[in-house]
Design a protein around this ligand. Structure first.
Ligand code: HAM
Length: 449
């Protein structure tokens, strides 16, 4: 579609003409994550990275957009995610692409493409895109942290993966956490269950919510998960996937429950838990937090997807994983959540015109010291005020006298005696202060300069 750039160009010109002084805003359903909150975000990602590394996961960074087929074949062509919420577009080369609504299908596509050795464990974080009705905790661009393991169907792995998701959320001090667990069966038992459910729904179709009256045949399991009262009431006595498990799915599910119990993880078997993505087989789970509003209280979810790799053209390869919604994790965190890493250690106050600060901040940063400085040759008072607000423990003051003597004044900002040190000994002096516990521990909620 090479001609497609022409209308875009004319739209750009029209936008330029009509823009006037109207300030631009982030698109509806997206939000900026800026300092100081971004430090909290960064901390959550860093802690997840280190937990994942301990469990043998490597980082997978897949493209933010993929061929549409990755999601229509992977996630399912009858899911809301694909039919209603996908940001899809035809690029200038005529390829039908989509911004990723989730990462699991991309990870499976990457496996099929690169065939790494199994079992393959990867973790990821990044933005996802779904055209949903924006509200608190539900966005059109949102962030996920997640982990996937391909290559074994062992139920111990289900337990391990659920444990990682659960203990991570616990460690982030999310109050009111619950873990819902279910099994959706597999290729041996699900088709028969689907027929049974359809037979149950058929005579009740007129009582379902307007959407499911027309769509229940495409994906009858979704009706079980519908939150609207009409569907809730009509399906109160519907058969659940659990009742229809074949012997091997039943054994698998029992092993998962035993494993979780042996680790003290309080899973609640929830027979109507049906997730919104079609690739799931056997184990599915969702973690909710009471601090979030009921319509979007899931901080994360996941499950097994033993048919996904084959659906994307690879060999039969079992897999399981989960994703946590980072935006929701941040909304749901309690007051005692882990604090972000310490911020600035020192703030350089330069009264000689700025050249000394340029050299000293560069040297300290190369030595691994977190340091800031003022610009624009401001007054001592103004620079000290900035230093104070920056959260640093120490101002490093260089006036003309200090510069001439090759010295720096160490001015503690949170109490303590001022001292003078040779400029080449500043790192050592800061380290000594740090060891004496005078380095600041900032919380993400403190005001920044
Ligand atoms: P999901 O349940 O669609 O699963 O999303 C996982 C989490 O992402 C949700 O529990 C929620 O916290 C967050 N989330 C989803 N949509 C939004 C939104 N519009 N705004 C804010 N947060 C949102 C998956 O994406 C699967 N890939 C999980 C998985 C991994 N299954 C197996 N492996």
């Amino acid at each position: 579609m090479r001609g497609a750039d022409r209308p875009i160009l004319s739209e750009v010109r029209a936008a330029e003409r009509s823009a006037g002084d109207e300030p631009l805003r982030a698109p509806s359903g997206t939000h900026d994550i800026l300092p100081p909150e971004s430090a909290v975000f960064e901390g959550v990602v860093a802690r997840f990275a280190s937990r994942a590394r301990l469990a043998g996961y490597g980082l997978a960074l897949t493209p933010l957009f993929e061929e549409l087929a990755v999601f229509s074949r992977g996630v399912g062509s009858s899911t809301d995610v694909v039919t209603k919420e996908m940001y899809d577009f035809v690029d200038k080369g005529g390829r039908h692409l989509a911004l990723r609504p989730e990462v699991t299908a991309s990870v499976a596509r990457a496996y099929v493409q690169h065939r790494p050795t199994l079992p393959w464990r990867v973790w990821y974080w990044g933005p996802q895109f779904r055209y949903e009705r924006p509200q608190a905790g539900r966005y059109r661009q949102f962030w996920q942290l997640g982990a996937e393991v391909l290559g074994t169907g062992d139920p111990d792995l289900d337990v391990e993966v659920i444990e990682l998701a659960w203990t991570f959320c616990e460690g982030e001090r999310i109050p009111g956490l619950s873990l819902a667990l279910n099994s959706l069966g597999d290729g041996a038992c699900r088709p028969a269950y689907r027929e049974r459910l359809l037979a149950f729904l058929e005579p009740l179709a007129a009582q379902l919510c307007p959407e499911h009256q027309t769509r229940y045949r495409d994906n009858p399991l979704r009706v079980l998960d519908c939150k609207r009262p009409a569907c809730r009431d009509a399906t109160a006595a519907a058969p659940t996937p659990l009742e229809a498990l074949c012997p091997s799915c039943r054994t698998h599910f029992a092993r998962v429950q035993e494993g979780l119990a042996s680790l003290g993880i309080p899973a609640v078997v929830t027979p109507r838990l049906v997730r919104g993505l079609d690739y799931y087989t056997r184990t599915t789970f969702e973690i909710t937090a009471s601090a979030l509003s009921a319509s979007q209280d899931a901080v994360g979810g996941g499950g097994r997807y033993d048919g996904l790799v084959a659906a994307l053209g690879g060999p039969e390869t079992p897999g399981i994983g989960f994703s946590l919604g980072l935006d929701r994790l941040l909304l749901a965190r309690g007051d005692d959540a882990p604090a972000p890493e310490a911020g600035l250690e020192a703030f350089v106050v330069d009264l000689t015109g700025g050249g000394a600060a340029l050299v000293l901040t560069s040297r300290l940063r190369r030595a691994g010291v977190a340091v800031e400085r003022a610009f624009d040759s401001r007054s001592l008072r103004a620079q000290l005020r900035m230093a104070d607000r920056s959260g640093a423990a120490v101002a490093l003051i260089i006036g003309p006298a200090e510069r001439a003597a090759g010295e720096v004044r160490l001015h503690p900002l949170r109490g303590g005696e001022e001292s003078v040190v040779a400029i080449e000994e500043v790192e050592g002096a800061l380290r000594a202060l740090d060891g004496a516990g005078e380095r600041p521990r900032r919380t993400g909620n403190e005001e920044q300069a």
